[in-house]
Write a protein that binds this ligand. Structure first.
Ligand code: SAM
Length: 287
């Protein structure tokens, strides 16, 4: 646990005495330029519903509320609720929920609060749950338009990786199924208090209205992708055996019928190739 540094002298008394919890990923943004990069990158409009993950002491929150039609911020640490309420005293369109974002019913939050505009997710994420948060919004956030969030650079590199590169993982293709991903900026450690151990980056995900590939069962497609990445140094033929429920011959047939060389590595396949493979495997299983 650490305390606000002396340079935070413009913070109020309760903030100055705040003890950061590493276990909650509490690295607060103190660089205004970065704060504006997230807000500008999100393109919040006056009719938009903004959902902020982990507002902390409100570095992004007040300005986001000024730009939005409605802002809902979900913060797990109850010690921060009075700080946030004080910061948002003049923002009648802002609501703070003291809760766990991973347990929040995002779909009803959106249904009950959306206005005429877009639904935008923003945040400087708690890094210990970056991937589950992003996947939750993508999988359950019916109606979400954009997700503009700070994360550890290593995860940002994965989400923006090209097929075949060492950064490309199952999560790269899963994210690509739902959204177009682009990097807004890289962020140095010095932008935070306390300073994290890792570098950071802001990404914007524009959620696709239609899936880029057509498969009967998204969960099975994701299982095939995960299997493809399970044994990174092995050929696809071997990696896909970890799927279970298929014989070696069935895997060989599916690869052949999909026009994919069985000695390729899982990380070199595109989303379209995985989609074709999952369709063929389903067909073969039902023969
Ligand atoms: N937005 C603030 C800023 O940039 O200064 C704080 C960002 S800090 C990296 C992450 C915030 O997420 C912390 O305030 C932390 O308490 C909160 N948090 C951690 N786990 C959470 C969870 N499961 N649900 C909601 N908020 C969470």
């Amino acid at each position: 646990m650490e305390h606000y540094s002396g340079s935070q002298k413009n913070k109020n008394k309760s903030e100055q005495n705040f003890r950061f919890l590493k276990s909650l990923g509490q690295n607060f943004l103190q660089d205004e330029k970065v704060i504006f990069k997230i807000l500008d990158g999100s393109e919040i409009g006056p009719e938009d519903l903004v959902i902020e993950v982990g507002p902390g002491a409100g570095a992004l929150t007040v300005e986001a509320a000024k730009r939005a039609g409605k802002l809902i911020a979900v913060e797990l640490d109850k010690r921060l609720i009075p700080v946030l309420n004080a910061a948002l005293i003049n923002c009648g369109n802002a609501e703070i929920i003291n809760g766990d974002i991973l347990k929040t019913d995002i779909a009803s939050l959106i249904r009950d609060n959306r206005m005429g505009g877009k639904v935008r997710i923003i945040g400087n994420l708690p890094y210990y749950i970056t991937t589950p948060i992003i996947m939750k919004f993508l999988e359950e956030g019916e109606g979400v338009d954009t997700i503009t969030v700070m994360m550890q650079k290593e995860v940002a590199d994965r989400l923006t990786a090209a097929p075949g590169t060492k950064e490309c993982g199952a999560i790269t293709l899963q994210t690509g199924y739902f959204a177009e991903v682009r990097r807004i900026c890289d962020v140095p450690k010095e932008a935070f208090v306390p300073m994290p151990k890792v570098e950071s980056a802001v990404l914007r995900l524009d959620v696709l209205k239609d899936a880029p590939v057509d498969v009967p069962d998204r969960k099975f497609l994701f299982d095939v992708i995960k299997a493809g990445f399970t044994l990174r140094r092995k050929t696809l033929r071997n990696s896909l055996m970890t799927l279970g429920g298929f014989t070696k011959d069935q895997i060989e047939d599916a690869l052949k019928e999909s026009g994919i060389d069985p000695v390729r590595r899982g990380e070199t396949l595109s989303l379209e190739e995985y989609a074709e493979l999952s369709r063929k495997l389903t067909e073969i299983r039902n023969r």
